[in-house]
Design a protein around this ligand. Structure first.
Ligand code: AMP
Length: 371
């Protein structure tokens, strides 16, 4: 496809939309983004923006009218709106990945259909479902909302019978609106994520598998690449590829897995660039943003993506001091990305730092001891 005067439309203009916009510009594409937040990070870098709601059908149509290709950086976009507009406009990923990713029960059932294991789970609508699930799975378990939960929000850990009153209250509050999901806690050794790409020409590639360390349910550190055994690596790669190909998904797909010995468990999917892929901007010849754009344009994807080992540290509002500390250290091969968000909140993602050439040990010895 000739890129002259072509426009990429992006639903969502947060930091992911901002970095996607920057990659699109590098490729010679124009960009237009849609977001209800007037201070969205991507508004400053995109060629144009629409400051309206994601659920405003007319706003989505306007974005599509003014774009040649449309993608999303945010999975809580109304999949019914995307389904409607994708009949007329070019939205190569379509609404199907959104339909699944917005609901924890649906995405886990889909993984199981592709023979990808998940933690044992069941739907919970009332107390009796919870009791039945706990009897079957044993303690500990996690009760989660099926929709709108992210970064560990909307979750309740059940260690023992003592937590039952709290669990019943969780059900009373959340099951009024929709069913919840009960999952057995996987005593994982570590967590990893994969970011896979399928181009419209059917070529497929993956960024290296990375290891993720969370703090209070929010990503803190990504270690690229993850050190895995051959069997772990094979299982995770095969599952990631099968998930995209068997479901006929195009574009980008992030999957988070738990790893326990040689066993892997699918936890979550996200059909958009992911926080755990930011490191690829400096550490790989193609970033997750470059690869998404190539996929949407139908370009042939490179079979293997090399990586310079690195550590990515997420900067939340409460650790802005850390940025100052790193700046003062004046280190080589350290890349600070700030998203220029207006309001600083303790758990809001404000930026990230990539420490190129660092492994976990070097990072702990030189930068941060306790992670
Ligand atoms: P989620 O929002 O489902 O990604 O959950 C946030 C974090 O909670 C995950 O990254 C895990 O660290 C932890 N977690 C969620 N579900 C489970 C589970 N079934 N077993 C063990 N840990 C879990």
């Amino acid at each position: 496809m000739s890129l002259v005067n072509k426009t990429l439309g992006i639903i969502g203009a947060g930091q992911l939309g901002m970095m996607l916009t920057e990659a699109a510009k590098k490729k010679g594409l124009k960009t237009i983004v849609l977001d209800p937040n007037p201070f969205s990070p991507a508004f400053r870098v995109a060629d144009d923006y629409i400051n309206r709601s994601f659920s405003d059908l007319d706003a989505v149509i306007e974005l599509c009218e003014r774009s040649d290709i449309v993608t999303y950086e945010f999975e809580n976009v109304d999949d019914e709106i995307i389904s409607e507009v994708s009949e007329k406009y070019c939205i190569p990923q379509g609404n199907k990945p959104l339909y699944y990713s917005k609901n924890r029960l649906r995405e886990k059932r889909l993984a199981n259909t592709c023979h990808i294991p998940t933690a044992p789970f069941q739907s919970v609508r009332r107390k009796e479902d919870l009791i039945k699930g706990l009897k079957q799975f044993g303690y500990p378990c996690i009760l989660k909302t099926t929709e709108d939960g992210y970064d560990g929000k909307g979750q309740f850990l059940i260690h023992s019978e003592e937590d039952l009153p709290g669990a019943y209250e969780f059900i009373n509050i959340h099951c009024m609106l929709m069913e919840c999901i009960l999952e057995k806690v996987v005593p994982f050794d570590f967590e990893v994520s994969t970011i896979s790409f399928r181009s419209l020409d059917d070529s497929f590639t993956m960024l290296p598998i990375v290891r993720n360390i969370h703090q209070n349910g929010i990503l803190n550190i990504t270690i690229a690449p993850a050190s895995l055994s051959l069997i772990q690596e094979k299982k995770i790669k095969e599952a990631s590829r099968a998930f995209m190909e068997q479901n006929n998904f195009y574009g980008i797909m992030t999957i988070e897995f738990f790893v326990l010995g040689d066993d892997i468990y699918f936890n979550e999917m996200a059909p958009r660039p992911h926080n755990s892929g930011h490191y690829s901007i400096e550490a790989c010849p193609y970033s997750q943003y470059d690869l998404l754009i190539m996929s949407l344009l139908g370009e042939k994807l490179p079979e293997k993506i090399e990586v310079t080992p690195c550590i990515m540290k997420n900067i939340l509002g409460k650790n802005m001091w850390f940025v100052e500390k790193i700046k003062k250290m004046n280190l080589k091969d350290v890349y600070i990305h700030m998203y220029n968000k207006k309001d600083v909140m303790p758990n809001r993602k404000m930026g990230h730092i990539t420490f190129l050439g660092y492994d976990l040990e070097t990072y702990k010895n030189n930068i941060e001891k306790d992670i």
